[in-house]
Design a protein. Structure first.
Length: 118
């Protein structure tokens, strides 16, 4: 089992920055990838960014590329999402996820709310 706890959400104005954190515990040695997803009211959950736990290769949704940066701190089993130039359309609940197998992300955090006012 892997447990994930997010933090760092909040209410900000458009153009501001926020950094989300996700601390992993439990069988962290089994993690091969971690990611961030988000779900806005009335919409389906969507992929935001992910990082390979070994090697640090990253990939992003087109909607956040150039504004968001995912990073990891292996010694602390923590992944971050630095969000700059936030827009009202970035408003959503942000979820951290971990992948231990070869297909889908199989562990999820409880989510943290990010609200961007115009």
């Amino acid at each position: 089992q892997v447990q994930l706890v997010e933090s760092g959400g909040g209410l900000v104005q458009a153009g501001a920055s926020l950094r989300l954190s996700c601390a992993a515990s439990g069988r962290t040695f089994s993690i091969n990838r971690m990611g961030w997803f988000r779900q806005a009211p009335g919409k389906e959950r969507e992929f935001v960014a992910a990082i390979f736990w070994s090697g640090g290769v990253t990939y992003y949704a087109n909607s956040v590329k150039g504004r968001f940066t995912i990073s990891r701190e292996n010694g602390k089993n923590t992944v971050y999402l630095q969000m700059n130039s936030l827009k009202p359309e970035d408003t959503a609940v942000y979820y951290c996820a971990a992948r231990t197998g070869s297909h889908d992300f199989d562990y999820w955090g409880q989510g943290t709310q990010v609200t961007v006012s115009s």
